[in-house]
Design a protein around this ligand. Structure first.
Ligand code: IDP
Ligand code: MG
Length: 139
């Protein structure tokens, strides 16, 4: 079990002014931010980040959305980080996300669902190094 996960505050949540509220939820749930940047994905970088979804029917919609405006990318530290963060963000579809979860509070649709959270320790590592060098991680 790893103690790190990777997150992005997606363009919809940035556009809607929810950066502060989402970071507050993350901190209140006991996650420590050990790396963070305000950045924007190019279409090419979004395609690379989501390449495992390239066969899915929503792939083009997803990468267009994820590259349309700035995001926050961050690495979070906590015991059982991957699983606990998935619990904090709620289901992919916000209409199914439990009350009080980040997606329940801030997502607008299945695609524009406010935040990303890694789905495994293995993917958390890959996603961390996609966005951050070791010098940018201050644990
Ligand atoms: P997750 O973010 O909860 O892990 P995934 O199935 O890994 O969900 O899908 C990655 C992202 O692709 C979702 O967060 C969402 O932004 C987008 N997505 C997933 N399913 C759909 C869909 O049916 N329509 C549009 N976008 C979708
Ligand atoms: Mg996923």
């Amino acid at each position: 079990m790893s103690n790190r996960t990777f997150t992005m505050i997606k363009p919809d949540a940035v556009e809607n002014g929810h950066i502060g509220a989402i970071l507050e939820k993350i901190n209140s749930a006991g996650f420590k931010i050990i790396a963070m940047k305000y950045t924007q994905l190019s279409l090419e970088k979004a395609e690379k980040f989501y390449e495992t979804h390239s066969d899915r029917p929503f792939f083009n919609e997803l990468v267009t959305f994820m590259s349309r405006g700035p995001i926050i990318a961050a690495i979070l530290e906590k015991d059982n980080a991957v699983e606990d963060f998935r619990e904090l963000i709620g289901s992919t579809n916000p209409s199914e996300a439990k009350e009080g979860t980040i997606r329940n509070l801030f997502a607008t649709s299945m695609g524009e669902n406010a935040v990303h959270g890694s789905d495994s320790d293995e993917n958390a590592k890959i996603e961390e190094s996609f966005h951050f060098t070791s010098e940018e991680i201050l644990s």
